[in-house]
Design a protein around this ligand. Structure first.
Ligand code: ZN
Ligand code: ZN
Length: 375
């Protein structure tokens, strides 16, 4: 007991804090450490109880005065909230949250396994280039989003007015319907479970508490995304209930096709034309890559359709697991026109071929011989 924390410290308020500030701070703590939001978390439960105890003392003028003068010992037993059950704490909640606010936070006057409602998530589509997908990029988009109405601060009420307790359900948010020998409780049809109704709606938002706004959102797109990849931007959706989390922005990526590269998973593929002399004699050629260009060595005797693999030159894996390869398929081009000198040289070359037949040609000739024998 000697290690008890200071009540003001627990509620993180100044010693001279007003009753209102203490209440506000307690509300925040109670929401943060509420057992419904911290299932099975012992530490949160302790903090929750500790805050309840501190609030019980500091919200009571007499107890607070005693505590201020004599410390914990003066209010020991009097407060006793630490030994109080969770149910006791909950039964005191009505005072702190003013009944209806409690319902708004926890939904319907009791303990429900549900936190404050999260805001709606939004979707958008974003078209990026092939190279941007490979390198990652940052894009700013503009969208319309429902924000909390600035005029009424989200309450939906005209300035100076308050929502009234729903008369249909008397603020409970539920109504009992008796049908024959049994009765069921359903959400109140008038207030839709809120327990309150807006009598004089805010002129700016018509009572919804929300208004549409154009906003700019920066989206960081990681390297390696593919067509259809979903990028989540947390907290850029619409606002939720008070103390509730904002929704997210879900961005669906569309990757534009590239004139040279095709993608297959994390690998990219491209075709590179080479001349028949480059193929036969071997050469060094420059090829385009995702990062610019690179040189590859074509060995003498390269065939059309042969594929060269450049390790790690494909797309970076979007989950950070290495990178794909670049596959380069060489396509040997036969000259469409020869000048006199070239033709002469090739005819000379052709003469030498009679005695120097390549392996694939040889087997082809053998197959032909077999074919005609069978005729
Ligand atoms: Zn409004
Ligand atoms: Zn109602």
């Amino acid at each position: 007991m000697s290690q008890k924390r200071d009540y003001y410290e627990i509620l993180s308020v100044e010693r001279g804090a007003s009753k209102d500030d203490i209440k506000k701070s307690y509300r925040k703590m109670a929401l943060k450490f509420h057992p419904d939001r911290n299932q099975g978390n012992k530490e949160a439960e302790e903090k929750f109880k500790e805050a309840a105890e501190a609030y019980e003392v500091l919200s009571d003028d007499e107890k607070r005065a005693k505590y201020d003068r004599f410390g914990h010992a003066a209010v020991q037993g009097a407060a006793g909230a630490r030994s109080a059950t969770m149910e006791d704490i909950f039964s005191n909640f009505g005072d702190v949250f003013g009944g209806s606010i409690f319902e708004e936070f926890f939904g319907g006057g009791g303990r429900r396994a549900r936190g404050p409602a999260q805001g709606a998530s939004l979707r958008c589509q974003l078209s990026i280039t092939f190279i941007e997908a490979a390198q990652g990029c940052s894009k700013t988009i503009e969208l319309s989003r429902n924000e909390i109405c600035e005029t009424c601060k989200g309450s939906g009420c005209k300035a100076g007015t308050q929502p009234a307790t729903c008369t249909t359900c008397r603020g409970v948010g539920e109504v009992a319907q008796t049908s024959g020998f049994f009765s069921i409780r359903t959400t109140c049809p008038r207030c839709h479970g809120a327990g309150r109704v807006i009598q004089t709606p805010c002129g700016a938002c018509g009572g919804t508490g929300r208004s549409s706004k154009r906003v700019k959102v920066e989206i960081k797109i990681p390297a390696g995304v593919d067509d259809g990849t979903r990028v989540r931007v947390p907290g850029e959706g619409e606002p939720g209930a008070p103390e509730g989390r904002r929704g997210d922005l879900m961005c669906y990526i569309q990757v534009q096709p590239h004139p040279i590269f095709q993608r297959d998973g994390d690998n990219i593929y491209c075709e590179v034309p080479i001349t028949f002399t480059e193929a036969a004699l071997g050469s060094e050629i420059t090829i385009p890559t995702l990062k610019g260009k690179s040189a590859i060595t074509i060995p003498p005797g390269t065939q059309s359709g042969q594929i060269f693999r450049l390790r790690g030159q494909g797309f970076p894996n979007v989950h950070g697991q290495g990178a794909g390869d670049q596959l380069v398929e060489v396509v040997v081009e036969v000259p469409r026109k020869l000048n006199a000198k070239q033709e002469e040289l090739l005819r000379e070359f052709a003469k030498t071929e009679q005695r120097n037949v390549g392996p694939s040609k040889q087997s082809w000739l053998e197959k032909l011989k077999e074919f005609f024998k069978e005729e």
